[in-house]
Design a protein around this ligand. Structure first.
Ligand SMILES: [Zn+2]
Length: 260
């Protein structure tokens, strides 16, 4: 048993290379398949199933069947190319629990596990030091952050730390998208007049870049928005269908967001 394989000793078949191969490929010693286990206690935040082998595929499809876990200190681990997945999104898992079985779904040229470690910004880091040891401890300075897309300047504004007195936005310029670490969020598209799909962590942003946003919902935090040519609206700390369950005024463009 290793920290990621149920039965055997790890054999690394392809190393991490920044920007090229952002994980490590692992098989059980002597090139055998094995069940895959949770590296640490955590929660299943993303699962993809039903995938077949598809060499050359990109994006999430390249992972094939995969499981992504979020751990206590905010770090993530991801297990790709699985043949079978044993867990569901939202499940709590414990260190050593079987979460799937190795396969070659997605962009894989043989049966192996592609293992990733991501920091609290969902940025992939070199997993090699952590394959058989604890994940890094998130430092005080490495806080969660968010950022907004300026629809006028047409670029992403700098990241802002959650809980700081800063906000994301350029007052006077409506925003068209929001990236947010860790928390579930969705926005209301002012042009289309409806709520866009929920997004999770930094895998995606909420918004239609270029279309103004006139409503925001974020689970688990306290947040508020600023109305273009207007003022800050009250803080919101819940998500529901009432007028207190989102931040915004339908029909009024938002030009800044602040998250505690
Ligand atoms: Zn790989």
């Amino acid at each position: 048993m290793s920290r990621i394989l149920y039965d055997g000793e790890n054999q690394i078949t392809n190393d991490y290379r920044a920007g090229v191969h952002q994980g490590v490929d692992v098989v059980k010693k002597w090139y055998q398949a094995d069940a895959v286990i949770a590296h640490s206690d955590g929660e299943v935040v993303l699962v993809q199933t039903g995938m077949t082998n598809s060499p050359g595929s990109t994006g999430n499809a390249s992972y094939g069947n995969f499981v992504k876990l979020r751990h206590e200190d905010g770090y993530y681990t991801l297990y790709a190319h699985l043949n079978t997945v044993y867990v569901n999104k939202g499940d709590k898992v414990t260190k050593g629990q079987q979460i799937g079985y190795m396969g070659q779904t997605g962009n894989a040229y043989g049966v192996h596990l592609h293992f990733e470690v991501r920091n609290q910004y969902d940025t992939r880091i070199d997993p090699t030091p952590f394959i058989d040891s604890d994940l890094p401890v998130a430092s005080e300075s490495a806080k969660l952050s968010y950022q907004a897309y300026d629809n006028v300047k047409k670029y992403w504004l700098p990241n802002v730390f959650m809980g700081s007195s800063d906000y994301a936005g350029n007052l006077g310029n409506a925003i068209g998208g929001i990236y947010l670490d860790k928390y579930r969020m969705r926005v209301h598209d002012k042009v289309k007049g409806y709520w866009l799909p929920w997004v999770e962590s930094r895998d995606d942003y909420a918004g239609n870049l270029g279309n103004d946003i006139d409503g925001v919902q974020i689970e688990g935090v306290t947040y508020r928005v600023h109305i273009k040519n207007g003022s800050w609206l009250p803080w919101v700390n819940k998500v529901d269908n009432t007028s207190q369950g989102y931040a915004g005024i339908y029909g009024s463009s938002i030009d800044a967001i602040q998250i505690k």
